[in-house]
Design a protein around this ligand. Structure first.
Ligand code: CMC
Length: 427
């Protein structure tokens, strides 16, 4: 018999099982609480609630640790590749050489889009935000690939998974090209995942495009850093959408919509805008004062789970220096502002007391800008990389025999029952 927790309520003691994971806090299993005590628990924002059991990703926010299937993110960023991390997240183990070859082949040969899909892009206004295009285009995948939407068939689930990981760069690059008024570039099977994506974004028919190994490696590493992050808002959205039996393309579109917000994936765009607004190092104290006066937040700082340096931010900072050096912009004034801002914030009691540290978005904007992306593409790149995490979590949920439709309850504080009043009697 494991540990139990006891709560006394309404003159009655209710005993609840305490479940243990392999790491992280124990959880009190409250599933029987309503039946036995006629009460709900109340936790808006899920600050103390484990919404599911998962074996994919673990975060120790106090120590600043992020593990995918047990492997630390810094080791994966240094030694692995994005496609290998995709395999790891989906299958639970690093692939053998033969498994990797087969997986890479499956992804590579699903990168093209149905030709009619290209016409779908034409319906958007030419100045549409690429995230708006992503929400619509990814949702539309279910209209083009009906043959992989039976969620009860493991083969359909796997094909939908491969399709989404493979087609996301093609869709993201088209969203970018569309906003630039440039022709779409088709994927090439002889290029790596990151190389192919960069070529689809930056090549034009008028001239040759040459891959740059430093920038390709940086792109791949940025994808690794964003691949999964446990039960965050967009992942929980994907799980909740999927819990009703919705098809995986629709669920990922829901995740993209949630990611767009500035408190989540939209923060990388906002962080760069903030650095531009500050502009020069001498304006930092005035800006930090505005944060303390609660006029705005320091974007790219703070995290619901990390109360220490976000381990992804450290890798991102190194990648940022590498990319800026490669593109000949090591003296980027925005990098100077970012580094000084980080130093000041990390030594200021306001930030120390609240345990606010840089998160992954603090340096990603400067890096992505140096790679050639405009700010409105930053969250798109996050969505591209996070797709594997969303789909791995979606698959885990569908394959969990205890899975039920997600249906939170509420603390109702509205009007009690009352009788309808006809319009002539309303005051
Ligand atoms: N700048 C200034 N103060 C902050 C910040 C910030 N970025 N983040 C939190 N605080 C303060 C907040 O005002 C509060 O202070 P007090 O206790 O005096 O009221 C305290 O810290 C706790 O804040 P909270 O809002 O309760 O924390 P949360 O866990 O709900 O918020 C967050 C997490 C990420 C939404 C928040 O830190 C934030 O808005 N950060 C800026 C946006 C950002 O960079 N988001 C990217 C997150 S990482 C990428 C991703 O996973 O999407």
């Amino acid at each position: 018999m494991g540990d139990t927790a006891k709560i006394g309520i309404g003159g009655k003691d209710v005993e609840l099982p305490v479940l243990k994971g392999t790491a992280g806090p124990d959880v009190v299993d409250i599933r029987k609480l309503y039946a036995e005590a006629d009460v709900f628990t109340y936790d808006p924002g899920f600050t103390s609630t484990a919404s599911c059991e998962s074996k994919i990703t673990f975060i120790d926010g106090d120590k600043g640790v992020l593990l995918h299937r047990g492997y630390p993110i810094d080791q994966l960023a240094e030694k692995s590749s994005f496609l290998e991390v995709c395999y790891l997240l989906l299958h639970g183990e690093l692939p053998t050489a033969a498994e990797y070859t087969e997986f890479e082949h499956n992804i590579t040969y699903h990168t093209m889009l149905h030709e009619q899909f290209d016409r779908f892009f034409m319906g958007f206004r030419r100045d549409a935000h690429p995230m708006a295009i992503m929400v619509g285009a990814v949702g539309a995948l279910s209209a083009f690939y009906h043959d992989s939407t039976n969620i009860d068939d493991p083969e359909h689930r796997m094909i939908a998974t491969h399709r989404m990981i493979a087609k996301m760069p093609t869709i993201a690059a088209r969203a970018f090209k569309y906003s630039r008024g440039q022709p779409f570039v088709y994927p090439r099977n002889d290029l790596s995942y990151a190389e192919n994506f960069l070529r689809m974004c930056f090549s034009v028919p008028a001239e040759d495009w040459k891959p740059n190994p430093v920038l390709t490696r940086a792109m791949d590493r940025i994808f690794i850093l964003h691949a999964d992050h446990e039960q965050n808002a967009s992942t929980s959205t994907v799980r909740l959408a999927g819990s009703s039996g919705a098809n995986p393309f629709a669920c990922i579109a829901a995740g993209i919509a949630c990611l767009w917000g500035p408190s989540h994936g939209g923060a990388n765009e906002e962080a760069l805008n903030m650095l531009k607004e500050i502009g020069t190092v001498d304006r930092i104290p005035e800006y930090v004062q505005g944060v303390k006066d609660r006029r705005y937040r320091l974007m790219g700082f703070g995290h619901r789970v990390y109360k220490n340096y976000d381990p992804r931010a450290k890798v991102m900072q190194t990648t940022c220096h590498e990319v800026l050096a490669e593109v000949g912009n090591a003296d980027d004034p925005l990098l100077k502002v970012a580094m000084e801002l980080e130093k000041i914030a990390l030594n200021d009691p306001y930030f120390i007391e609240r345990k606010l540290y840089p998160n992954v978005d603090f340096y990603s904007g400067i890096t992505l800008r140096a790679l050639g992306f405009p700010p409105e593409m930053f969250t798109v790149l996050f969505a591209l990389a996070r797709t594997v995490g969303w789909i791995a979590q979606w698959k885990e949920m569908i394959e969990d025999p205890s899975q039920k439709i997600g249906r939170p309850r509420q603390l109702y504080t509205g009007a009690p029952q009352r009788d309808y009043v006809s319009v002539d009697k309303r005051g």
